[in-house]
Design a protein around this ligand. Structure first.
Ligand code: MG
Length: 389
């Protein structure tokens, strides 16, 4: 291996390492280059062959919170089958779509991948109903937000082999996640283009896969979704594949994703054509926003309203959501009454952050199955024992 590939003083512009050469050769001027990073809370020497954002991606990938995403529901619970997305497969779909867009626009794929893998890491058990339940329990203690919890996980709770708490991610990855909490904080200064691409990919992914999962689970029928303009437009655009009538669900998901990604890239290319003299900060300062065309965006909103009414509020889901929310709340109040039953680590956190926030963090980190088991262990068995007395 040539020595220059492992040059350890990567910050030295006179003799850049492999990742710097790669970025110089591939990225557009308006991309965020890793050499522009303002660094980490706890400074570290540069890695010889992984860029700071590759290291962030790997830290997220190897974290316990990331692995637990496989046990967290996206929209549908595990007892509804094995076909549909989990929070982990959703995350992988987002990373894949976002990298495709990023590569076409010559943005920083490593930064995009780190942001995508991180974006849903703070989801509590049982999806948005678990989040709403925790938010209610913590109403007097700053509430609960999965986006904020993601930051708490990677800044404080996750533990690496190092003595410092958290994953010590770069400022840019943390800022990207922080943007998800305060999306309207500064309407005149959009986030980095890489952050915007992950946001778009998230939305494209969940709209398409929720249609797929809902059709597969029989919550929707094909004629119902064909009433939507975006579905008709997608199927029209995929007419070349019309011979595959027996795979119409798979064709539809492919077409929905393809149509939206293509639209987003086309519109973005057009906007960025005038920004080739700008760097990542300048492109923010001119207010550059990457988005779908107005026509596709309007149809996407119609699809989302349809999914909200017909899928997310479907009686089969509402029943499960209600039960899950009740269990999360009961578990919360159980630990509030019995803080000695919290794991020692969270009892120690309670001394620093208060018992309520500590319980929120403990429950927030649980998988659906672990939450269910803890509920049975702490509450149902406790109730039976009380009745035996
Ligand atoms: Mg997501």
């Amino acid at each position: 291996m040539p020595a220059q590939l492992f040059h350890s003083s990567g910050s030295n512009a006179a003799s850049p390492g492999a990742w710097q050469l790669r970025e110089q050769g591939l990225l557009a001027p308006y991309a965020f280059f890793a050499r522009q990073s303002s660094g980490r809370r706890y400074p570290e020497p540069l890695h010889p062959y992984r860029s700071p954002f590759q290291r962030d991606r790997d830290r997220v990938l190897h974290s316990a919170a990331f692995r637990r995403l496989s046990g967290k529901m996206q929209v549908f619970t595990g007892d509804m089958g094995d076909y549909h997305r989990t929070r982990l497969t959703h995350t992988n779909e987002v990373a894949s779509l976002a990298r495709t867009i990023g590569r076409c626009l010559r943005l920083n794929e490593d930064l995009i991948e780190a942001l995508a893998l991180l974006h849903d890491i703070g989801h509590p058990p049982f999806g948005h109903c678990g989040e709403d339940a925790l938010d209610e329990c913590l109403a007097n203690f700053e509430g609960f937000s999965h986006n904020r919890f993601a930051l708490e996980l990677v800044e404080e709770i996750e533990q690496r082999y190092t003595p410092t708490a958290g994953l010590n991610l770069t400022d840019e990855v943390l800022a990207g996640q922080r943007h998800r909490i305060h999306k309207t904080a500064d309407p005149h200064l959009p986030p980095l283009l890489e952050v915007q691409v992950v946001d778009a990919a998230d939305s494209i992914a969940y709209d398409a896969h929720d249609v797929d999962d809902a059709l597969k689970l029989g919550l929707l029928t094909f004629p119902q979704v064909q009433s939507l303009a975006l579905v008709r437009r997608a199927l029209d655009s995929a007419n070349g594949h019309a011979a595959h009538r027996h795979n119409e669900r798979q064709l539809l998901v492919h077409a929905l994703i393809d149509l939206q990604i293509d639209d987003f890239i086309t519109v973005s290319h057009h906007r960025l054509a005038d920004a080739l003299s700008l760097d990542a900060q300048a492109v923010r300062e001119v207010g550059m926003r990457l988005q779908l065309s107005a026509a596709v965006e309007a149809e996407k909103q119609e699809l989302e309203a349809f999914l909200f009414e017909r899928v997310y509020r479907h009686p089969r889901l509402m029943e499960i959501r209600q039960l899950a929310a009740t269990r999360v709340k009961q578990l919360f109040f159980f630990f509030a009454a019995h803080p000695e039953r919290l794991p020692p680590r969270f009892q120690m956190r309670a001394e620093r952050f208060g018992i309520h926030r500590s319980i929120g963090q403990y429950i927030g980190g649980m998988t659906d199955r672990f939450c269910e088991e803890t509920y049975i262990q702490m509450i149902e068995l406790g109730r039976e024992q009380a009745e035996d007395w």
